[in-house]
Design a protein around this ligand. Structure first.
Ligand code: SF4
Length: 322
């Protein structure tokens, strides 16, 4: 729940993941170590399509230091060392991030997850797996649940949009109905569910985007959210189209204003892992807000505080129909 003590310097007006981690792990510094398991996606390899989601260049959301690492073992060892030295991290969450990290048979996934979790075991506290809703089934959920006796396990799924029309336009190869089916499978499991959304598709109006909150709210199995503004990156289909014919994207101020409208609608217990995304600048085409990640975070946080925005203040439970 949100701490309402506004004199507390960590007060932000929303449940931020940093504060949540500090509380959960009793002040220890916990960092995610990104691991590339060498997966692809069903809308890349032809089973559901080619080319991937039109806004995606998988390298754009993988920090350059995590790319091209030869083995899971080395990625974990190097990632932990980097976080220890660079960020003075105490504990680590192994984060399978790039592509679709459940897109393989369960026995193969087990081999990979086991390998990643077998180094620095005393300091690994969690496993986080990024995937798509159409690559989740009961067997894979059972596999992930088998780690929960030793680790906190979160399953991060790209919802991206709640509109099937948008999902079709971005070549997602997966409908919102499939998202709902996956969420139903995840009801009453021991996994912490995180959903990822993208705001700013040029054909979605503000009202359409604000409606994401009510859709997310109605699934109590969702514990974390990651909000992301649409950015256009090199190596993506949208990037090619944008260069040919640029379209309107959020300015930083518009996005911060949008967050101020969205957050009051968001269920008060949801923990917000991220308010925006940022690709490496060498890949970013637009919008380039000209600020570092920490400066963007500060800008949005200040706007939220200045406006007195409180997560969930306008949240309404969905009516129960009998
Ligand atoms: S956004 Fe995710 S599912 Fe879509 S192509 Fe990129 S990695 Fe694959």
């Amino acid at each position: 729940m949100i701490h309402k003590d506004i004199s507390d310097p960590s007060y932000k007006g929303y449940n931020n993941y940093g504060a949540w981690l500090r509380e959960k792990y009793k002040g220890q510094r916990v960092f995610k170590v990104i691991v590339d398991g060498g997966f692809t996606c069903p809308n890349r390899d032809g089973s559901k399509g080619y080319g991937g989601c039109t806004y995606c260049n998988v390298d754009s959301f993988t920090p350059s230091v995590s790319r091209n690492n030869p083995s899971v073992r080395e990625q974990v060892i190097q990632g932990v060392e980097r976080a220890r030295k660079g960020n003075k991290a105490d504990k680590f969450i192994i984060y399978f991030q790039p592509n679709t990290n459940t897109y393989a048979p369960a026995h193969y996934l087990k081999m990979l997850y086991d390998e990643a979790l077998s180094y620095h075991t005393e300091d690994i506290v969690g496993l986080s797996v990024g995937t798509r809703p159409d690559c989740i089934d009961a067997e894979k959920i059972a596999l992930l649940e088998s780690y929960t006796d030793r680790f906190d396990v979160d399953l991060e799924m790209g919802m991206e949009s709640i509109y099937n029309d948008t999902l079709a336009q971005i070549n997602r190869g997966c409908s919102h109905d499939e998202m709902i089916s996956a969420l139903k499978l995840l009801e009453h499991t021991k996994l912490d569910v995180c959903v990822h959304t993208v705001f700013g598709f040029p054909w979605e109006t503000k009202e359409m985007m604000l409606a994401y909150a009510a859709e997310i709210n109605r699934f109590p199995q969702i514990k974390f959210v990651k909000f992301h503004h649409l950015h256009i990156v090199e190596g993506s289909v949208m990037g090619v189209k944008y260069k040919r014919e640029p379209f309107k994207l959020f300015t930083l101020d518009e996005y911060a204003e949008f967050m101020c409208e969205l957050l009051p609608l968001v269920r008060p217990d949801l923990v917000i892992q991220r308010l925006f995304g940022l690709s490496d600048l060498d890949l970013l085409i637009a919008p380039n807000w000209g600020l570092k990640k920490s400066e963007i975070q500060y800008y949005i946080d200040q706007k939220i505080l200045q406006k007195g925005v409180v997560q969930g203040s306008a949240y309404q439970e969905a009516p129960i129909f009998i």
